[in-house]
Design a protein around this ligand. Sequence first.
Ligand code: DHB
Ligand code: FE
Length: 281
Amino acid sequence: MAHVVAGVGCSHVPAIGVAMDTHITDQPYWQPVFKGFEKSREWIKQVDPDVIFLVYNDHCTAFDSSMIPTFALGVAAEFAPADEGWGPRPVPVAKNHQKLASHIAQSLVLDEFDMTIMNEMEVDHGLTVPLSLMYGEVDEWPAKVIPLAVNVVQYPPPTGNRCFNLGKAVGRAIESFDEDLKVVVFGTGGMSHQLQYKRAGLINPEWDKRFLDLLTQDPVAASKIPHVEYLREAGSEGVEMVMWHVMRGALDEKVREVHRHYHVPASNTAVGHIILENVAD
Ligand code: DHB
Ligand code: FE
């Protein structure tokens, strides 16, 4: 059977991708950001997942205001990096595990989560930067990738609780797939950041740390954090963190925190990263 072995939480700041693509990661500004991913790269090499179920948000790249699905599941054969204004990032195309993706699509809809099904989709920094952080520069992504795009750019995004429950349904879907596959679920975005208006530049390390603690130890309480608290404490874009609850929901209640990294700032954002393993594995 397919099995969820671990979850990864990870920021997706686009400038991190630029730093990698232009080979300036050892500059003093960037060095501490990437240092915190050295252990993660070792870890993922060891775990060697077959599939990554990657929860991310699209930033008006695949979708615009003409159509904004709350939850869009990628079942296409592959997902090319999008041109976000400076040409597509020079990173590999993400290849899907289409059989598992289709199984998850069916399982979620029959489990009463009404997904938008994407038979074509380009992917932006929300998906490519976490893969780059975890795998470094590679010719091919070592795992298949199933993307789940969550709307967090146009009010109202889904609640943390809805995301947590969707994560549980994703976990059930994966665990009921009849092929031996190791799956790691990524929850991406955040941590605290605000990109516009009077509070632009807002970063709240105390609140971010509490979020990471809660995510590991009390995921139900974490999932109950209301939108207004993300906006007030973590800035307008901090609400990206609702996506981490999908990852957490797909894991067991008790998990082992095997790695954590937190660094301020990268661009306008607090970089947060956590690796959680299912204890029973
Ligand atoms: C930044 C962070 C984001 O999450 C994003 O989507 C775009 C920009 C930033 O800090 O620059
Ligand atoms: Fe973002």
